[in-house]
Design a protein around this ligand. Structure first.
Ligand SMILES: C[S@@+](CC[C@H](N)C(=O)[O-])C[C@H]1O[C@@H](n2cnc3c(N)ncnc32)[C@H](O)[C@@H]1O
Length: 229
């Protein structure tokens, strides 16, 4: 696995994976990781150590209804489906069905497909539709956002309406490969826009009194937000 640069060394990351993550990773997730490894965009997949944290959070709040924005080949989706109860439901949104289909046979084999409502679409209109359908809102226990950084702020506003009080939303890539702490001129061109949006988003979350937050230097940086009111 690639160390996305947040830990002291590649060796330390390998140690963490081999000691605490891989021995507990369920077989279907290992299979999905293997299938994804040869994909040209393999580094987009949620890191297994971040996955372990997500599973812990799902269990801690006994999440049943969740939203996922950004599925790719489905590592975090399968992890969620394996963690929530049999009558749990995941609204999983991605504009690209092709990559979801890479992981789908493994999801089927793991017998968790019935928990997943995959929607091939831009995420924002789907969130708007969910808000219309759930007129009393507050329908979901948990959300995981791992998609276009440009829209994180908009996702945040809509998800806070969709989440129950005490519900949790987790944002991925909130340290953007460590570039948030580097001067702009030293950051590679293709990372600049994401760095900018991430810095703005992190500031906004820190000032948002509607949520309790915790930024964790795992994977590519994860921010956990609990809805307070
Ligand atoms: C980093 S990957 C998600 C990784 C995934 N969580 C996993 O565990 O492998 C980001 C995904 O977000 C999707 N995406 C990007 N922008 C989107 C948007 N505006 N609406 C819906 N999906 C989007 C991409 O198609 C891509 O599959």
């Amino acid at each position: 696995m690639e160390n996305k640069g947040l830990l002291q060394s590649r060796e330390l990351y390998q140690y963490l994976l081999e000691t605490s993550v891989y021995p507990r990773e369920l077989q279907p997730l290992k299979e999905l990781r293997d299938v994804t490894a040869s994909h040209p965009w393999a580094t987009m997949a949620t890191a297994p150590d971040a996955g372990q944290l997500i599973a812990m959070l799902l269990k801690l709040i006994s999440a049943k209804k969740t939203i996922e924005i950004g599925v790719f080949t489905g590592y975090s989706l399968l992890l969620t489906a394996l963690t929530i109860p049999d009558d749990g439901r995941i609204v999983a949104i991605d504009q690209n069905r092709e990559t979801f289909e890479i992981g789908l046979p493994i999801i089927r084999k793991a017998a968790v497909e019935h928990k997943i409502d995959f929607i091939e679409s831009e995420a924002l209109p789907v969130l708007d539709k969910l808000l219309e359908e759930n007129l009393n809102h507050e329908a979901f226990d948990f959300a995981f956002v791992d998609a276009d950084k440009l829209n994180y702020l908009k996702y945040h506003e809509k998800l806070l309406k969709l989440l129950k009080l005490g519900g949790i939303v987790v944002y991925d890539n909130t340290l953007w490969g460590g570039t948030v702490a580097l001067p702009e001129e030293s950051v590679a061109g293709e990372m600049k826009a994401g760095r900018h949006f991430t810095i703005e988003f992190n500031k906004l979350l820190a000032a948002d009194t509607r949520v309790q937050i915790c930024q964790v230097p795992l994977g590519d940086g994860i921010t956990i937000c609990k809805r307070l009111h």
